[in-house]
Ligand binder design. Structure first.
Ligand code: ADP
Ligand code: MG
Length: 329
């Protein structure tokens, strides 16, 4: 199968919203009046972001999901995306499920594949997404103010737990691993929640590298500090419901320390961390309920710079939780 046959077979479909899709030198999108274009790129590299033997269907899903998550964090509605793909070989047994996983999620969000690039090389997947947001309404990292509540959506840390189990550094019972692995390999981008939080959240980011690290970006860009309650945060680990303590009843084994590490610094969650004025608590709850997403209040924004952790009694907890960094100092 040649390059153009491959593109035609797996990555070309009739255009819907785009003025011009796959097949020309550029794709064309018509922006609606009063809308700004939100753009984000995320790359997935073999053995760095995924294992070489990962199911191609889930890989296709994840390649787009991590990008949609960035649009969600900005409160932008997905419109379209491009796909830059380096492939070791043109293998239909890989391309078929990969494109299916990718395009199924694209359809779910009405986000159109409008172009890309295909080359031979070590497996590397780079998606760029385009979304729309009314002028001035994008959720930014820079809007948090002292007194604002800090929230996280959904559950946190299960993806990191699965990663550790797959790497062999901790044991999980089969059914715990299965649900945690689902979080790692097929994350759910919180697009509806991001849209619902427009006009309510003061700042927002998606959690890709770890809760504290991504919250740290909000603090830095907003010029504020925060206190986070670790005893609330740890409840966000879904796997904890199945296995607690060093030897869970069903054969899973992870300590409270490991659970905290996964929740606070695990990464790959693709949930949202956001802030909102305390006066908007009702609006936050209504927004979350309206799109079937859970949100949990985990802390508060403060004037004093820095990130402080406390336990259930309000006593300080040492911050020993470093989020992921591709180039650690
Ligand atoms: P160019 O020579 O201008 O770089 P290409 O020959 O690489 O264009 O690609 C031909 C057409 O196929 C272009 O419209 C491009 O956007 C599209 N395309 C290439 N690879 C992909 C892909 N993986 N997914 C979707 N569209 C693709
Ligand atoms: Mg090209």
């Amino acid at each position: 199968m040649g390059e153009f046959e491959l593109i035609a077979q797996y990555f070309t479909r009739p255009t819907r919203r785009a003025v011009l899709g796959v097949g020309d030198d550029c794709a064309l999108l018509q922006m609606a009046p009063g809308m700004q274009l939100a753009i984000s790129t995320d790359m997935l590299v073999e053995n760095r972001h995924f294992f070489a033997n990962v199911d191609p269907h889930t890989l296709g899903h994840k390649a787009l999901a991590v990008n949609l998550s960035d649009l969600a964090a900005c409160g932008a509605r997905p419109l379209a995306f491009t796909l830059a793909l380096a492939l070791p070989r043109a293998d239909p047994a890989w391309l078929q499920p990969f494109s299916q996983g990718l395009l199924a999620l694209a359809d779910e969000h009405d986000c159109e594949l409008i172009g890309g690039d295909t080359t031979q090389g070590p497996l590397n997947i780079c998606v760029t997404v385009f979304g729309e947001v009314p002028v001035g309404q994008a959720l930014l990292r820079s809007g948090a103010r002292a007194g604002d509540d800090i929230y996280a959506s959904g559950t946190l840390g299960d993806a990191a737990l699965a990663l550790r189990a797959l790497q062999g550094t901790l044991a999980l019972a089969p059914q715990v691993l299965a649900s945690a692995r689902q979080r790692l390999e097929q994350p759910t981008p919180r697009v509806a929640l991001g849209l619902a939080l427009r006009g309510i959240a003061s700042a927002c980011a998606d959690i890709s590298d770890g809760l504290l690290g991504d919250l740290g970006h909000i603090l830095e860009r907003s010029g504020v500090g925060a206190t986070v309650n670790t005893s609330v945060a740890i409840t966000l680990l879904a796997a904890r419901a199945y296995a607690t303590g060093p030897h869970g009843s069903n054969g899973s084994s992870f300590s409270t320390e490991q659970a905290l590490q996964c929740v606070l610094a695990g990464g790959d969650d693709y949930e949202l961390v956001f802030t909102a004025p305390a006066a908007r608590r009702g609006a936050v709850e209504a927004a979350a309920q309206g799109c079937g997403a859970a949100v949990t209040r985990i802390g508060v924004i403060e004037t004093a710079a820095g990130l402080r952790l406390v336990n259930e009694r309000g006593e300080p907890v040492e911050n020993r939780f470093a989020s992921f960094n591709h180039f650690p100092a």
